[in-house]
Design a protein around this ligand. Structure first.
Ligand code: NDP
Ligand code: MG
Ligand code: MG
Length: 332
């Protein structure tokens, strides 16, 4: 059974007694820096001179300095720059400023799990990974709620690493929703698998294939968009609230029958066999190495995929239709 931690299990005063550097001010960085500050923590943000995010962090009233200065000042250093550049940022700005007893924090375990970053033995190495996008982490915190977090300790040099990580998670609202104890290995492998096979990759491919099937059969793209993409949110909301059972309680008996007989024809044993291959390539480091190489080559294939999808009829149709629905907020 998973070990769960809530508000009373975490002591906010631990993180309030430390100096925290948040390196990066993107999706997660802004959420962590602002929520820690609002929780009474001494925070500075580390960004390069000329960084696009600088103005935003300063406008929000945060103190911004370079990654190296932030790492030198702080005793808890949270790395929230993109995964493929973390090793470079670590080498240049963080490693020279680590001292015994400091703590290195991550929002995702990839660089530790696959050995791109190798911290010295005398620092704590922890992870606080919110299970939601950064903008939601911040919004939920402001609303008095929180996004569940998973927390791990790779290296406990001080003997207090787990309590420190729990305290940090409390500072960003995580313990309001619940924190689960994990390891860097479990977090990294399940996170990569989930986003690739189900949440992002699997869902995007399913939506596209369904949309294309209808349009190629001569149905109107607008109808296909509503059927295959727009309605997905309503279905997922029901699953989120009450699992598959609540979704099936709400849909018609006809839809439920179709769910049972057709679902397994779409996601077949072959799909599951492919999922197992995907998982094996994550576990043996193939995925991480390929991705870092793609990033270092200047993202040629990444940009190709991105451009192709932005011109897909699904996307151009969706853009047009969302403008007509004032309550669908693209900025949210
Ligand atoms: P983003 O891409 O949103 O943010 C990148 C930030 O890093 C920007 O502020 C950028 O500044 C800054 N940056 C880029 N290069 C450097 C550099 N060399 N030195 C200092 N700062 C730099 O990242 P995410 O928030 O998506 O991801 C951060 C971490 O959080 C990753 O480990 C990710 O796996 C993890 N994570 C992310 C989630 C999410 O919701 N996105 C969910 C859970 C975990 P500039 O403005 O100049 O580009
Ligand atoms: Mg991820
Ligand atoms: Mg229907």
């Amino acid at each position: 059974m998973a070990e769960l931690f809530y508000e009373d299990d975490a002591d906010l005063s631990i993180i309030q007694g430390r100096k925290v550097a948040v390196i990066g001010y993107g999706s997660q960085g802004h959420a962590h820096a602002l929520s820690l500050r609002d929780s009474g923590v001494d925070v500075r943000v580390g960004l390069l001179e000329g960084s696009k995010s600088r103005a935003k962090a300063e406008e929000a009233g945060l103190r911004v300095t370079t990654p190296a200065e932030a790492a030198a000042e702080a005793d808890v250093i949270m790395i929230l720059v993109p995964d493929p550049i973390q090793a470079d940022v670590y080498k240049e700005a963080i490693e020279p400023n680590l001292k015994a007893g400091k703590a290195l924090f991550f929002g995702h375990g990839l660089n530790i799990r696959f050995g791109f970053i190798k911290p010295p033995a005398d620092v704590d190495v922890c992870m606080v990974a919110p299970k939601g996008p950064g903008h939601l982490v911040r919004r939920q915190y402001e609303e008095g709620r929180g996004v569940p977090c998973i927390v791990a300790v790779e290296q406990d040099a001080t003997g207090g690493a787990f309590a420190l990580a729990l305290s940090y998670a409390k500072g960003i609202g995580g313990t309001r929703a619940g924190v689960i104890k994990t390891t860097f290995t479990e977090e990294t492998e399940t996170d990569l698998f989930g986003e690739q096979a189900v949440l992002c990759g699997g869902t995007a491919a399913l939506v596209k294939a369904g949309f294309e099937t209808l349009v190629e059969a001569g149905y109107q793209p607008e109808i296909a968009y509503f059927e295959c993409l727009h309605e997905l949110k309503l279905i997922v909301d029901l699953m989120y609230e009450g699992g598959l059972e609540k979704m099936r309680w709400s849909i018609s008996e006809t839809a439920e029958w179709g769910d049972y007989v057709t679902g397994p024809r779409i996601i077949t044993d072959a799909t599951k066999a492919e999922m197992k291959k995907v998982l094996a390539e994550i576990q043996d480091g193939t995925f991480a190495n390929t991705w870092i190489a793609e990033y270092k080559a200047g993202l040629p294939k990444y940009n190709e995929y991105k451009n192709a999808d932005s011109q897909h009829l699904l996307e151009t149709t969706g853009k047009k239709l969302r403008k007509l629905m004032s309550w669908v907020d693209e900025e949210a």
